[in-house]
Write a protein that binds this ligand. Sequence first.
Ligand SMILES: NC(=O)c1ccc[n+]([C@@H]2O[C@H](COP(=O)([O-])OP(=O)(O)OC[C@H]3O[C@@H](n4cnc5c(N)ncnc54)[C@H](OP(=O)(O)O)[C@@H]3O)[C@@H](O)[C@H]2O)c1
Ligand SMILES: [Zn+2]
Ligand SMILES: [Zn+2]
Length: 352
Amino acid sequence: MYHAKAYSAANAASPLARTTIARRDPTAHDVRIEILFCGICHSDLHQVRNEWSGVMPTVYPCVPGHEIVGRLTAVGDAVAKFKPGDLAAVGCMVDSDRTCPDCQAGLEQFCPNLTLTYNFPDQHLGGVTYGGYSDSVVVDERFVLRVPSGLDLAGAAPLLCAGITTYSPMRHWGVRQGQKVGIVGLGGLGHMGVKFAHALGAHVVVFTTSPHKQEDALRLGADEVVVSRHAGEMQKHANSFDFILDAVSAAHDIDAYIQLLRRDGNITLVGAPEKPLAVPAFGLIVKRRSLSGSPIGGIPETQEMLDFCAAHHIAADVEVIPIQKVNEAYERLLKADVKYRFSIDMASLKSE
Ligand SMILES: NC(=O)c1ccc[n+]([C@@H]2O[C@H](COP(=O)([O-])OP(=O)(O)OC[C@H]3O[C@@H](n4cnc5c(N)ncnc54)[C@H](OP(=O)(O)O)[C@@H]3O)[C@@H](O)[C@H]2O)c1
Ligand SMILES: [Zn+2]
Ligand SMILES: [Zn+2]
């Protein structure tokens, strides 16, 4: 066991502050990663403030962070995939049972015995897992991804959650050329959704509550932008979408988007607001529309997504911040004021 520097929240109301946490020494299949960048996901904020208390109550102290990119400083004796000095990445999962049908299918995100990167029972040290707002982390190599060369590291970190969470449902629902695809909410997830839908050849429409994001949306790959507060503009798109990805972090009128789907169209929720959304039955019934959800993605698909990003020159648009600005960043996230992901430069923690 060794001690690592980290930022943690002591309770649902407290700001994140500097702390020291225990990490295990690498076992035979583990690697130790010196963290270079960690993205700030809105899920970090939900979890730190215990907004998902009904599903995943937060255990304090909580060290969030599941968009991790770094360099390997140690590898266990049995590690085959990596060597010290390699770049590596870790997303939302650090372990699973590896034997259930989901794991065997490479869909570890559905494993009943999954271990998430933070706020989940730690099988090695007891207590809960601690995430990437830290100078280092120890992870089983099976849950560590390769970072393809050529990716900017600060912009690559958010791919580990925002990237895979938007890539996976688009692949599942077969987003392709000739389709009309909507992206709701131009935040960390949403802006990755725009990039992927565009790269897959779809006609992309962004729905935003922030009129000042219109130009950015077009630059990111949207073909059209709709300010969702304008009912008239929304109405023009009624019954026309093959697929809509809803990446909104707060309460909103999801039926307004269900109405925009064509026959057999699908809307997938990736946003996870604190409170339930109202879904009138008739919105779905009349055109056999479907509503689904999607969590992150499995390890093989996460690697596929990283390789896709390298091939298509895709990374997150990031605002790089020192960790000392993390609380300020959370307040800005709440105001939808991020272009379009905060990425923490972990050198700021090492020098603290
Ligand atoms: N399913 C999964 O596996 C998974 C993985 C990661 C994250 N998530 C969840 O996905 C959601 C988005 O995460 P994120 O990191 O992308 O968050 P984010 O960067 O804060 O983006 C959320 C966006 O939603 C829009 N929005 C915010 N408040 C709104 C409101 N009251 N009404 C309508 N739109 C609003 C804003 O876009 P505009 O300014 O364009 O309107 C905002 O930029 C969070 O709930 C997060 O927990 C789920
Ligand atoms: Zn996330
Ligand atoms: Zn499993």
